[in-house]
Design a protein around this ligand. Structure first.
Ligand code: AMP
Length: 295
């Protein structure tokens, strides 16, 4: 096992880096023996302040934080960006180290998907609409890797971002259905100063695209304002929000849905709660965002 000391003498803790399953299991078992609670933060790397907020939450709530960096091939469709997904390992490890997490798990693809791999987790219900329709197989890949990481790290709590709202529903459904003894914690979406949700994919955006990408956030704001002013008709809300996209020719709206926040089923009227979920293609980059309406 490679133990990496930080260069700074006052660093909060030494970050241990595990690259295979047995190193991860041994490190977590040792922490357990010391009576420590375990927090897990699954990521695909290219870390930004959104990811770091999850690590901070785990550091606050758990004694031992495991951050995983794994660009999971099974959640990418054949025409998606697996090959060109940003990979910034050195900077990622520096960020993880700075926040004082105890362990980074950085496996090769072949470590988690051995050649004979033949088992996948299929979640129905909340995995089916929206992203499920647009990205067939995506949540099958997500659920499979998340369950593997849950099995390997056996955390008390696992940290996810609201940015991927549907993913949090899928993970919660899987945890409940499979009786996993894990608390799923969902942290708020971290945004750029102008409101764009932070995403590892934002680096793909050219300057004009970056400007127009703000339409996603603006439309959510618009929905929130209309809701605050008393509008409860879901179609009216959606229609008003969609109008903003007419002024953004580089943004191709895939869906904008006002939906039940638990099932993601379409709703006609917002009673007390709803989620606005939006996905759009900005140039070659696909972005998602969401906002919870609560009265
Ligand atoms: P990813 O590396 O994109 O798979 O994301 C890893 C985790 O970070 C997921 O739980 C995401 O929901 C979360 N995350 C990504 N972007 C943000 C953000 N802007 N704010 C909060 N959490 C985020």
């Amino acid at each position: 096992m490679q133990a990496t000391q930080t260069d700074e003498p006052q660093a909060p803790s030494a970050l241990q880096i595990a690259s295979n399953v047995s190193e991860l299991r041994a490190a977590v078992a040792a922490a357990r023996t010391q009576g420590k609670s375990i927090g897990l933060v699954p990521t695909m790397g290219a870390l930004h302040a959104g990811h770091l907020s999850l690590i901070e939450a785990s550091r606050r709530e758990c004694d031992y934080t495991v951050v995983t960096i794994f660009v999971n091939p099974t959640q990418f469709g054949p025409s998606e960006d697996f090959e060109r997904y940003p990979r910034t390992l050195d900077a990622d490890l520096a960020g993880i180290r700075r926040l004082g997490a105890e362990l980074a798990f950085v496996p090769a693809t072949s470590e988690l998907y051995r050649p004979q791999h033949a088992t996948f987790i299929e979640v129905h219900g909340p995995a089916e609409p929206l992203e499920g329709q647009r990205r067939p197989g995506h949540f099958r890949g997500v659920a499979t890797i998340v369950l593997k990481l849950f099995n390997l790290a056996a955390p008390d709590r696992a940290y996810f971002g609201q940015k991927d709202y549907q993913q949090t529903l899928v993970v919660r459904r899987m945890v409940a259905d499979l009786d996993l003894p894990i608390e799923v914690r969902v942290c708020p979406t971290v945004r750029e100063p102008d409101g764009l949700a932070m995403s590892s994919r934002n680096v793909y955006l050219g300057p004009a695209e970056r400007q127009q990408a703000l339409t996603l956030y603006r439309s959510l704001q618009q929905g929130a304002e209309l809701f605050a002013a008393g509008e409860r008709n879901a179609e009216t809300l959606a229609t008003e929000m969609r109008k903003l996209y007419e002024a953004a020719p580089l943004v191709r709206l895939e869906y904008l849905a006002v939906a039940d926040p638990e099932t993601l089923a379409p709703i006609a009227r917002v009673s007390s709660r709803a989620v606005i979920a939006v996905a759009a293609q900005v140039g070659k980059t696909r972005l998602i965002d969401n906002y919870l309406l609560e009265s």
